[in-house]
Write a protein that binds this ligand. Structure first.
Ligand SMILES: *[C@@H]1O[C@H](CO)[C@@H](O)[C@H](O)[C@H]1NC(C)=O
Ligand SMILES: *[C@@H]1O[C@H](CO)[C@@H](O)[C@H](O)[C@H]1NC(C)=O
Ligand SMILES: *[C@@H]1O[C@H](CO)[C@@H](O)[C@H](O)[C@H]1NC(C)=O
Ligand SMILES: *[C@@H]1O[C@H](CO)[C@@H](O)[C@H](O)[C@H]1NC(C)=O
Length: 632
């Protein structure tokens, strides 16, 4: 159908002008297609063509056209590509001649080749590459490669379109040569951190019917610009740290992210502070943001550290964050006991709850580590109490008795509540001073002593002893003889007591036969003020001495005369002549009497009873016996 139309056109353009004929055919007609009935159009008969040895004189398109002499037709010999033949030149025509001989005749023939839309627009490159900085401003232009369409006229390149159009739009300009310049204009700025790579499709379309198109991929690589500052992941970092932590301890790592690429995204960290001391204590690894301890941390000096850390990218953009480090107390301080006042000595009669020392206790640690409890080694006699104003007082908690304990070593130990607990202690020595609260006490509840009569006056009989539990003057005992009388005579005329030594002396010589015993009391008195005393009863027993000879009471002898007794001659054996009775004023054995015949005229005649003093005959009296017998 199309071809017929074209034929119609070709007929229309036949110039019946003698010697010249023009045709117009579309390109790309198949081999053998009819171009025109040349014989008819030239008014030649077919015979003339044959005889005239008609031939085509090759012009520029000889290979495309052939002459069918038999039918007088011009036919397509080879497919004609207008674009190959004429490129962009229009009109595109083949010029040649038909030459006849006998007679020589020639005719100009022009075959115009009209364009058909047989070429799509094409791009020479399979893709276009662009590297565009993200900092490129809106309106930046990028020249794109043009498309080619070998067709001409309506079939030639008509327009372009770009897809997607998020960032770029197309700008078409006609240049001086009348060609369309195609440019890509940045409409919305790029952000590498969002999109690193864009692929766009540029489509070129022609004006043919149907329309043909060609595409090319535009690859845009977005180049980084340092448009992002580093950004810390947290504005404030917090951590806690034990005081006395080892040097080199890693505390935390801060991180700042920089969305840029390459050197623009390389972040270095540094501590920024006005306080030079911070740099002696902390160090940050510039590369990885790791914070390390390089100095000593003492909770008692600082409980909190605040650091500013700066992150900087290579392009010079910075961001900073804060680090708050809470220092945790470690129980590294012992309680310190400050004895503010103490008494060296208190009297033993001090009242209950007497304050003996006041002290202050300090522990530099905090909380439980600084909470201190104090206790005493002797919590019976003394108590420790905290007073409202934060001091501790040590008071007596029981009666004191110097005679039991004269000195106390009070050890105060204060421990904190840390784990492990630290403690310290002090010892204070308290002397208990004496009060005269003990009377002298005799060693015995009563004394009994013996003295042999006829003693020499001044003889020491024995010693009484009293002890006093008090001290020094309060314990200095004096002995005093208590007034009393013995048989109406003051006792002091019998005995005396040495005040210092308690030695009791006889003042006189005693006669057992006059006094056998007597009592008195001795008082022991100490040197206290007022003095205390006690007394003891002393009994002196006088011992007998054999100081009295027996005395014959019977028979009574008067003035050196002899005593006469009568014995009858008839007296039997055992006749009781008389009984000698004697007494002895001494006592005991000293008064035990025995009788012996000392002298006798005839010892065989009388005997005396050893015990009873009876004088008896021991044989009968004979005439031979003397009348007078003398017995002693
Ligand atoms: C900082 O950290 C990096 C990476 O962990 C390490 O290679 C470097 O030795 C550290 N620098 C210092 C001074 O510790
Ligand atoms: C004093 O001691 C009492 C108990 O003995 C205790 O409850 C109180 O907290 C202490 N006060 C001080 C200031 O230590
Ligand atoms: C108290 O301490 C002193 C000195 O250390 C010591 O001589 C004394 O015997 C101690 N007294 C008591 C009652 O422990
Ligand atoms: C002697 O001591 C007793 C108690 O032991 C006392 O009752 C008496 O009064 C004392 N005598 C004198 C003279 O002090």
């Amino acid at each position: 159908m199309r071809r017929q139309v074209m034929l119609f056109f070709s007929m229309l353009f036949v110039s019946p002008v003698f010697g010249q004929v023009s045709y117009s055919i579309p390109e790309e007609m198949s081999k053998g297609s009819l171009i025109g009935s040349i014989a008819q159009d030239l008014g030649l008969d077919l015979k003339r063509l044959k005889t005239g040895k008609s031939r085509l004189h090759v012009g520029n398109g000889a290979e495309y056209i052939e002459l069918n002499k038999e039918k007088g037709l011009l036919l397509v010999k080879e497919r004609i590509d207008r674009e190959a033949l004429c490129k962009q030149t229009t009109p595109c025509a083949l010029h040649f001649q038909i030459i006849l001989e006998n007679p020589i005749e020639f005719f100009r023939i022009t075959v115009e080749i009209t364009d058909i839309n047989d070429n799509a627009p094409i791009f020479k490159m399979s893709n276009m590459l662009f590297e565009i900085s993200e900092s490129a401003v809106r309106g930046s232009k990028f020249i794109l490669e043009k498309a080619l369409d070998y067709d001409v006229g309506m079939n030639g390149l008509k327009s372009y379109s770009l897809n997607p159009t998020d960032h770029f739009v197309l700008l078409l300009n006609d240049n001086a040569a009348g060609e369309k310049e195609v440019e890509m204009v940045l409409e919305k700025p790029l952000d590498r951190e969002e999109i690193q790579h864009l692929t766009l499709t540029l489509t070129a379309v022609d004006g043919g019917e149907p329309q043909l198109s060609g595409t090319v991929q535009i690859h845009v690589t977005v180049l980084d610009a340092n448009d992002n500052a580093p950004l810390f992941t947290q504005s404030t970092y917090k951590a806690s740290l034990m005081e006395n932590s080892e040097k080199g301890t890693s505390l935390m790592t801060v991180t700042a992210k920089d969305r840029d690429q390459g050197t623009n995204g390389i972040v270095t960290y540094s501590i920024s502070s006005n306080n030079e001391r911070i740099f002696d204590v902390f160090e940050i690894n510039a590369t990885n943001g790791e914070l390390r301890l390089i100095g000593k941390i003492d909770y008692e000096i600082s409980k909190l550290y605040q650091l500013d850390v700066k992150a900087r990218d290579q392009g010079g953009l910075t961001h900073s964050c804060k680090i708050l480090l809470d220092i945790i107390d470690v129980n590294d301080n012992i309680p310190i006991i400050d004895l503010m006042s103490k008494i060296h000595s208190i009297p033993e009669d001090s009242t209950f709850q007497t304050v003996v020392a006041v002290m202050n206790v300090d522990d530099a640690d905090s909380d439980m580590n600084g909470e201190v409890k104090c206790f005493l080694s002797d919590s019976f006699t003394f108590v420790i109490e905290n007073t409202s104003n934060g001091f501790y007082s040590i008071r007596t908690n029981s009666e004191l008795d110097r005679e039991v304990t004269s000195q106390y070593n009070i050890t105060v130990t204060c421990s904190d509540e840390g784990v492990p607990s630290l403690s310290s202690s002090v010892t204070l020595t308290l002397q208990i001073s004496d009060v005269n609260d003990n009377a002298p006490v005799f060693e015995r509840s009563s004394y009994e002593a013996y003295i042999v009569e006829n003693n020499t006056p001044g003889l020491s009989i024995f010693t009484v002893k009293a002890r006093d539990a008090d001290w020094n003057q309060n314990a200095r005992v004096s002995y005093i003889l208590e007034d009393s009388s013995v048989n109406g005579v003051p006792v002091s005329s019998y005995v005396s007591v040495s005040a210092d030594s308690g030695v009791i002396h006889a003042v006189r010589s005693f006669d057992y036969e006059q006094i056998k015993d007597f009592h008195f009391r001795v008082k022991a008195q100490d040197g206290g003020s007022p003095p205390l005393s006690s007394n003891v009863s002393v009994t002196i027993l006088i011992q007998d001495q054999n100081d009295n000879p027996p005395q014959v009471l019977y028979p009574v002898q008067t003035g050196g005369s002899l005593v006469a007794e009568m014995v009858p001659r008839s007296a039997d054996v055992g006749y009781l002549v008389t009984k000698v009775v004697a007494v002895d004023v001494d006592s005991g054995q000293n008064a035990w009497l025995s009788y012996k015949l000392q002298k006798a005229t005839d010892r065989a005649l009388f005997e005396v009873g050893l015990q009873n003093g009876e004088i008896r005959t021991i044989r009968g009296v004979t005439d031979k016996d003397a009348v007078k017998q003398r017995l002693t």
